[in-house]
Design a protein around this ligand. Structure first.
Ligand SMILES: [Fe+2]
Ligand SMILES: [Fe+2]
Length: 213
């Protein structure tokens, strides 16, 4: 593959330089070869995959305990999209030569270890909001990492588009709850945000993410 592009580049140089399409192919090829994907990076993507799946499944479970039709729709859609995100990460991992692997360790299991398993809808959606805010910031930073693999970049962009919708409907629901039980909502969010900060710092250290903030 590299040899073919190299020969083509040499030929087009002789013909007066590469065409824009050939330049972009060569650039893509050089990014991929200059930035090989390490086992740690694959493990990080696998952690993203497993956490999206875990989050989606928890929200799907909540649907079974919900009566409000609008809430059933929002939870089902949200659950389906996060499960789809797990599929997209699975495809990305395979596309860059990695292997998706089952792991028990997810963002959600770390939350449960830190603050206990969330049971009520308020706890689940407050935790979802804290988690997705973190994911949004983190994916934005990941996208800015120099030389991020093109397949990973495309996947991150798709996530960022859909996570925006997740953040906004859950915020609307939490704001509505806060009208009748403001202190309770604030307390839950604060407790989860503190746990999230510690979990994120530990993860950043474990995966060597100097760009994480
Ligand atoms: Fe997601
Ligand atoms: Fe989400």
């Amino acid at each position: 593959m590299c040899y073919v592009i190299y020969v083509r580049v040499l030929r087009t140089m002789a013909d007066g330089g590469p065409s824009p399409r050939e330049r972009s192919l060569a650039r893509l090829n050089s990014i991929e070869t200059k930035v090989p994907v390490t086992p740690t990076e694959i493990a990080l993507l696998n952690f993203y995959r497993a956490s999206e799946l875990h989050g989606g499944l928890i929200l799907g479970q909540m649907v079974r305990r919900t009566r409000d039709p609008r809430l059933i729709l929002s939870l089902t859609r949200h659950s389906a999209e996060d499960v789809m995100h797990a599929q997209l990460w699975t495809e990305a991992i395979i596309a860059i030569g990695g292997r998706p692997a089952p792991v028990r360790d997810t963002y959600q299991t770390r939350y449960a270890e830190a603050v206990g398993t969330p049971h009520t809808l308020l706890e689940v959606l407050a935790l979802t909001q804290i988690f997705e805010r973190r994911v949004y910031r983190h994916f934005t930073l990941h996208l800015r990492v120099p030389g991020v693999h093109p397949v990973v970049a495309v996947t991150l962009k798709r996530m960022l588009e859909e996570e925006r919708g997740h953040l906004s409907w859950v915020k609307r629901w939490l704001d509505e709850q806060a009208k009748s039980r403001g202190q309770e909502v604030r307390n839950v969010l604060q407790r989860f945000a503190l746990a999230d900060q510690r979990i994120y710092e530990a993860l950043s250290r474990e995966y060597g993410l100097r760009w994480a903030a």
